[in-house]
Write a protein of this length. Structure first.
Length: 236
């Protein structure tokens, strides 16, 4: 299966030939773990998701959400949508202020690569943190079925609202999906969504869904437009 170009590929793809470490047919299609030099890459259905060469924007996803929460809120909970290469989880585990850290990941292979595979060297300490738990389910399905509310939703399951990994992910960024995200937040909670490019139309969609304080933080990259984190608050 050919690999689609991706805005999240920060390393020079011509530097070294990749080595496939594992390839599996999962419930949502094919997932592949590759190693290129000292870095790992995850590909889903031929779409390059991410590599480990530059995790600044994935860390910003966590830091910006935490900074947006009321400072007096004790031990806030965070739901991280998408385990990926583990950068967001690891960042959350380094912040003592977080209470519970819940990761939702629907691909069994990705979870296994972290628990018993090569990605353990990145996330092993964070997964051992007593605050951390993993829910092996689809993010949208979890948001639809749970009654729990979180202080922060940090979502990174696609290359952005306009570049989804699977067609069914698109519902998350629809008016009904954003309303669902808002419902799953506590009053004063924050929604943070990773994207490979800025989107004024998505900012407008967040405002139309009843979020306040909508803004975008950027991280410059070596090639192309900056990675961004869309931020929005539920104030009531």
């Amino acid at each position: 299966m050919p690999v689609s170009p991706s805005p999240r590929l920060h390393a020079d793809p011509t530097a070294l030939a990749p080595v496939t470490l594992d390839r599996r047919d999962g419930p949502f299609g094919e997932v592949v773990l590759r190693e290129r030099g000292e870095h790992f890459e995850i590909i889903a259905n031929g779409c390059f998701l991410m590599d480990t060469s530059d995790g600044r924007s994935e860390r910003l996803l966590i830091d910006a959400a935490l900074a947006a929460l009321p400072p007096a809120r004790p031990a806030p909970s965070v739901l991280i949508g998408g385990l990926g290469v583990g950068f967001s989880l690891v960042r959350a585990a380094t912040r003592e202020r977080w209470g519970r850290i819940i990761v939702v990941e629907r691909e069994p292979a990705i979870v296994e690569w972290h628990l018993r595979g090569p990605l353990d060297r990145i996330s092993g300490g964070a997964l051992a943190d007593p605050r951390t738990s993993i829910l092996r389910t689809d993010l949208v399905e979890h948001l639809r079925t749970t009654t729990e509310r979180y202080d922060a939703l940090c979502l990174d399951i696609d290359n952005g609202p306009e570049w989804t990994v699977t067609d069914d992910n698109g519902s998350l960024y629809s008016p009904s999906g954003l309303a669902l995200c808002r419902e799953r937040l506590t009053p004063g909670g924050v929604l943070a969504i990773w994207s490979a490019q800025p989107s004024e139309s998505f900012e407008q969609a967040l405002q139309s869904a009843g979020f306040e304080g909508v803004r975008t933080e950027e991280v410059s990259v070596a090639r192309g437009v900056p990675d961004v984190v869309h931020l929005a608050l539920r104030n009531s």
